[in-house]
Design a protein around this ligand. Sequence first.
Ligand code: ZN
Ligand code: ZN
Length: 370
Amino acid sequence: MATTGRDYYELLGLSRGANEQDIKRAFRKLARELHPDVSEAPDAQERFREVAEAYQVLSNAETRELYDRYGHAGLRGGGFTPGTFDFGNLSDLFSAFFGDDLFGTTRRHARGADLAAEVEIELAEASRGTTREVPFQVAVACSRCGGDGAEPGTAPATCPTCDGAGRVQQVSSSVFGQFVRTQTCPRCDGAGRIVETPCSECDGAGRLLEERRLEVKIPAGIHDGQQIRISGEGHAGDLGGRAGDVYVRVHVKPDPRFVREGNDIFSTIDLTIAEAALGATLTTETLEGPVELEFPPGTQPGEIRVLAGRGMPVLQGFGRGDHRVLVNVVVPRRLTEEQRRLLEEFERHSTDETYKPDEGFFEKLKSAFR
Ligand SMILES: [Zn+2]
Ligand SMILES: [Zn+2]
């Protein structure tokens, strides 16, 4: 990997006389700003690399002296090559460099886990909005021991391996020089304490599974597969950590009568050839119950009736979609002798005039598809 040609002190914003602490502090501050996890600047990764290289050189007394005396040339002469970085995770990187935790989060107050649940509702319920009782098994703090896992009257002992810190440090060497890696203490699993007399209720876990029912409000207009988040109703956190959230995924059952597209509803209505030719008043289903539709004589298959504002409500918005009813004309499949005779007679009496569209028919057709 090529080294940067830039001045290392300048990169870290330091003077030549900076001490170890200054160097550490400057790098920490810059890395926080420039790490690709955090920064959206297009050159952040390149700048981070440069800053890390500067830190690598200046934080090591040997390479720093070479650089101070001979500049970049001195380092090349000394066989210095910058280490490669794993950009993986900013806090991992920090614990590698400094043995600390960038964001000050520790396992001891970890947030509780999220919970997922699913409910199924009818399309008509999605249209009105509804509520559902959803059962959960949720981890809650044990009331007998107050969540610390120790039998009342006893106290947890400080973990002798980590001395209560919950973490142990491991010193190792690498191209960066010596650094300290911090790990969760294997003995106490990060708690910093060891429960010698476990609580008889929770067996030392500090948490219990509890059956709960949660009333979930499902808003009108919800779409199939959408999730509702209920904040803070998930599993309890460790030792006072915030509880997780509950995510309820809503399945909207397909309704055989309707097709939903966004907020619009589509359905079809069947007219017999006589109803289509003579005109008829028919009942059709909508989300809000049956509606009467009038069809004039000469109604054609493929015509669309728009029931404005009879579709699905707009989720967390105003108004509703439309309901479009598509006309289907059903043709008789089995005729009696008499019916056959009548239809044949009808056909003999038919001319081009019988089927000729009205004035303005094509205008009407166009408006139906708008
Ligand atoms: Zn307990
Ligand atoms: Zn420990």
